[in-house]
Design a protein around this ligand. Structure first.
Ligand code: FES
Length: 331
């Protein structure tokens, strides 16, 4: 890719708003293989363009840290430090190195629209890997957004790296079947009624990435009941694998993306919906969806098995950003 072509592609991507990216996702959504349809939207919720714009908007290197403090960002919110691990919950991570190369090789910079550019990358990478492009469509959209946020040099630096292992099983049908498999409470499961327990798969790539929830128990509380400390993975996880602080919907630590089984959680309340909006987490949730993709684990009670993935950061994206930039005189 020449400098001019890089500029052309980046200019094109930089002209796309968050809404334009979400419209492109809507357009390609039905063509994304079922194994990654939810995961793709969750990735875009975890790494919204607004977060990047808020932090990268100033040439003053001190300002991003000030903005981060004003937004109460916790965890690791820097996409550029976790490019390869950020994609590892997608099935398409198997082809991540190839997709990165295809993104960097998109010589014309754009194939017409954003959706068409994503399709072109998936087709090129799919042809090279001899796999159906539907399996690469989601991660191709992700690859373009990473280029938009992290830039050519950072993507180029990691272009031969695969996604951070472990990865999902190679057979996508096997991944989907496991997500749909109902857990068992042993003999006489059907007699247990309200005492039934459910599987919460919080990291589907790990054999120990599952805990059990009593029927009606919220996900954060059930994770805490494991009695395990996960601070070695993330300092925000002192009680179980899900980050928690308040447990009442006020801190925003516990946001999760539902890869499967979201209809098995208690319907979202107007309180939780408002809190998701306040934190800026609801970018991919459908407005009136009772079982949206993004939830607060402390507000979502289990009524069946679920598979989820956990965001590496939390914060208050919208209001603090606006207030903060006004305070800093950069708005
Ligand atoms: S733990 Fe604070 S919002 Fe869920």
């Amino acid at each position: 890719m020449t400098v001019m072509e890089k500029t052309r592609l980046l200019n094109f991507l930089e002209a796309q708003s968050q809404d334009a990216w979400l419209r492109a996702l809507d357009e390609i959504g039905p063509s994304i293989h079922a194994v990654d349809r939810e995961a793709t939207r969750i990735w875009f919720a975890f790494w919204p363009l607004e977060l990047h714009v808020a932090l990268a908007g100033s040439p003053d290197p001190k300002e991003p840290m000030q903005i981060a403090r004003l937004m109460d960002l916790e965890g690791n919110w820097r996409l550029e430090e976790q490019i390869d691990s950020s994609v590892s919950f997608l099935y398409g991570a198997h082809y991540w190195a190839r997709v990165k190369n295809a993104v960097l090789a998109e010589a014309e910079g754009t194939s017409g629209s954003l959706a068409m550019t994503i399709r072109s990358i998936a087709e090129n990478a799919g042809a090279a890997e001899r796999v159906d492009p539907s399996l690469l469509l989601g991660i191709s959209a992700v690859g373009l957004m990473i280029l938009r946020q992290a830039g050519v040099e950072r993507l180029e630096r990691s272009k031969d790296a695969k996604a951070t292992p472990p990865l999902l099983p190679q057979d996508p049908a096997q991944v989907i079947a496991k997500r749909l498999r109902r857990s068992s409470d042993g003999l006489f499961t059907f007699l247990k009624g309200v005492n039934r327990k459910w599987d919460v798969r919080w990291e589907e790539k790990r054999t120990d990435g599952v805990f059990r929830a009593i029927n009606g128990q919220d996900i954060a509380m059930a994770g805490g009941d494991t009695g395990s400390d996960y601070r070695h993975l993330d300092y925000r996880r002192p009680a179980g694998p899900v980050p928690v602080e308040c447990r009442v919907g006020s801190c925003g630590y516990c946001w999760i993306g539902l890869l499967a089984g979201r209809e098995n959680l208690s319907p979202i309340t107007s309180f939780e919906r408002e809190r998701l909006r306040y934190f800026g987490y609801d970018t991919v949730n459908a407005p009136e969806e009772t079982s949206p993709l993004i939830r607060l684990a402390c507000q979502a009670q289990c009524q069946g098995d679920v598979t989820l993935t956990i965001s590496p950061w939390n914060g208050e994206l919208d209001r603090r950003h606006d207030e903060g930039r006004k305070k800093l005189g950069t708005a």
